[in-house]
Design a protein around this ligand. Structure first.
Ligand SMILES: [Zn+2]
Length: 187
């Protein structure tokens, strides 16, 4: 075993430099180094040993991330499923035409007049996420009176947004849109 003594040098993890650096031993208790001074920054601190390499096996030495140095095999591989693969097994022939009035569910295939064949990947209330061949889109659904997964929240008025001392003759155009959404059964 290496003999270490006060005034000697030891590699240790410097708390300030955050690196394994040469330190001068300041104090020892029996065979154990308890206090060191960093030769780089000159700071005194308790001896912590080195982060990766120690003179005796500790659990710190097993924590070294070996995977990082073993080439590209450890890189998390992103599994890319092609659009055609996603559609495999789906009944494209009976895929309905997209309508915001219909209600869709995950994995359903539909035809969109603009984007073409789309696959429903997520349903969030009155919105559906669709994967198309060239893009992903979030569209509305369940607007035709068919109950969606959760009730559509539609505030009856938005009057308290305006100042009370002003007549609300000119409502912003979005109040019209809100009214349209709140209709229970489209047209
Ligand atoms: Zn230091």
């Amino acid at each position: 075993m290496a003999t270490q003594k006060v005034g000697g040098e030891v590699d240790a993890q410097c708390t300030r430099c955050k690196m394994n650096l040469a330190h001068t031993i300041l104090a020892m208790v029996g065979p154990k180094i308890v206090r060191v001074r960093c030769n780089t920054c000159g700071g005194d601190h308790a001896f912590r040993g080195t982060a990766g390499v120690t003179d005796r096996p500790t659990k710190a030495s097993t924590r070294a991330p070996r995977a990082a140095s073993s080439g590209g095999s450890t890189r998390a591989e992103k599994v890319v499923i092609s659009f055609d693969e996603q559609l495999a097994g789906k009944d494209l022939a009976s895929a309905p035409k997209y309508s915001p009035k219909d209600t869709y569910k995950v994995d359903q295939v539909l035809h969109h007049p603009t984007f073409g064949v789309g696959l429903v990947t997520a349903v969030r209330g009155d919105k559906v996420d669709l994967t198309f061949r060239t893009d992903t889109k979030t569209l509305v659904h369940g607007r035709g009176g068919v109950p969606a997964d959760r009730p559509v929240f539609s505030p009856p008025t938005n009057k308290h947004t305006g100042p009370a001392d002003k007549p609300q003759a000119e409502l912003p155009p979005d109040s019209e849109a809100a009214a349209e959404i709140s209709l229970p059964s489209g047209d």
